[in-house]
Design a protein around this ligand. Sequence first.
Ligand code: SAM
Length: 260
Amino acid sequence: MSALTETIPSPETSTTADGPLISVVSNRLLGARRKQGGLPTTGLVLSARVSGNADVFPDVLKLHVPEGSTIADVTHGKGVFWRKVDKAKYNLLATDIKDGVDCRKLPYADASVDSVVLDPPYMEGAVRGTAYDSGHKAFARYYGLNGAGCGSGKYHAAILSLYLDAAKEAYRVLRVNGTLIVKCQDEVSANKQWLTHVEIVNACAEMGYYAKDLFVVVRTNRPVSSRILKQVHARKNHSYFLVLVKRKTSAPNADVSREA
Ligand SMILES: C[S@@+](CC[C@H](N)C(=O)[O-])C[C@H]1O[C@@H](n2cnc3c(N)ncnc32)[C@H](O)[C@@H]1O
């Protein structure tokens, strides 16, 4: 031991009239009289679940969209997200390209809604012409993909541009601190890995959104695949709900609320 370490007392072993030195210092720093509130629980909303959209979506609302809010579901489809939600608790504005409302051109005034839900087609196979010819017709029909609803560009770019154009339009109609809920899934397209959720979060940060939360939905069944000669990428069996908040300013990422 050197002369220096011999003469400096260790905070772990030194004591004061109020107790061990290390506890006194850390209590002062943290605020010694702070009381822990709340009750222990195992009922917290979790970030990942082996479940379906209809089970996870109510949790997303519970945590991030207060009852009484006006919510524009701009790709409402069959309304699967809402199957387990008491719709009487919200003012739901449900639209879809199938009803003639494009999520990139919404019929709402600026800053007039509390939340936007966006779940457009998320796989590039859906926008390839070949998809229609190779047994994916039902898939294309489900997504309403007759060309009208797709974004510009090809393949993955078409998917991403639809998301980003819709996120821009959502930013216009959302009030400040309003919430954009985006359902998306990463994909391998043209043998390339595309982390779509990362692309969306980054582009949305540029637009003025803060990525407040992320939910992972893991499929309950195994995806089946035929005609695979050699597997190169892990087969995706998960998707995301992203919760993006329209910030007051374009200031650096700052959360609008604190964990209680
Ligand atoms: C994955 S489905 C949505 C499912 C829906 N979230 C549900 O719970 O049933 C995608 C939907 O996006 C719609 N869509 C595709 N392009 C669109 C666009 N440009 N604007 C609005 N809706 C669009 C399709 O018609 C389809 O209903």
